[in-house]
Every structure is written in structure tokens, then in C-alpha cells.
Design a protein around this ligand. Structure first.
Ligand SMILES: [Cu+2]
Length: 124
């Protein structure tokens, strides 16, 4: 009886702590075959925080910053082909707004907003 109670208390402690300890150290964006194609379509992250796109679809896609498509603009990131069940991770970006699309399916587009950690002292 006593041992059973101790195990129960330990188990409850483990599962209550799980959601906070399991938080991934990156922002995850899931590629979808249907609208809005990138989930979430609009994501806000802190500068320097990694962002990861997962491709669970059966199709190849790219994660391409709009700046890479126009001459004279800075190209912040271009994943190249991201195969089905593969992913693309950016180590982090400087503060700013980064609209992006899929080169293969230009209808697929999303936006990353990167905020400066220093401007949110309450978050530290
Ligand atoms: Cu695509």
C-alpha cells in the first residue's frame, strides 16, 4: 500500500512536469499540402532562436526568402529542396520581417517576424 502510493506520487510529478520540459528548443512550422500551407503561416520568434520547418507531405518543397527571388535584395535564407519527411532548420535570424515562399509552389507562402530580445526585458 505504502509503496504503491509513493509510485503514484512520483508518476504524477513526472507527468505534470512533462509539458514544460518537453518544449522544443526551436519554433516548429509544419508544411501542409493544403491552405494555409505553412502552419503557422505567420510566426514570431526572438532573434537568434532556431526555426524548423517539417515536411510531412508527399511532395518536395523549398523554404525561400522572398529577397532571394529579386535582384538587389538580400537573400536571408533558401533551403533548397526539402524532401518528404525531411526538415529544414535555420539557426536564427536578425530582427526583421521575412516573407518567404516555396519555389516549386509559389502559392505557398508565409512570414517570419523576428523580434529583438533586448526590446523585451520582461521576457528575460
Ligand atoms: Cu511547395
Amino acid at each position: 500500500m505504502k509503496t504503491w502510493m509513493i509510485i503514484t506520487v512520483l508518476s504524477l510529478g513526472f507527468f505534470t512536469a512533462w509539458p514544460t520540459t518537453a518544449t522544443p528548443p526551436y519554433t516548429a512550422i509544419i508544411i501542409d499540402s493544403g491552405s494555409p500551407y505553412f502552419v503557422p503561416k505567420s510566426a514570431t520568434v526572438f532573434s537568434g532562436a532556431p526555426i524548423r520547418w517539417d515536411n510531412p507531405t508527399a511532395t518536395e518543397h523549398t523554404i525561400t526568402h522572398m529577397g532571394c527571388l529579386e535582384d538587389g535584395n538580400a537573400c536571408a535564407f533558401d533551403s533548397g529542396i526539402v524532401r518528404p519527411n525531411d526538415s529544414f532548420t535555420l539557426p536564427g535570424l536578425a530582427p526583421g520581417r521575412y516573407p518567404y515562399l516555396c519555389r516549386i509552389h509559389p502559392i505557398m507562402h508565409g512570414i517570419i517576424t523576428v523580434t529583438d530580445v533586448a526590446s523585451f526585458p520582461s521576457q528575460l
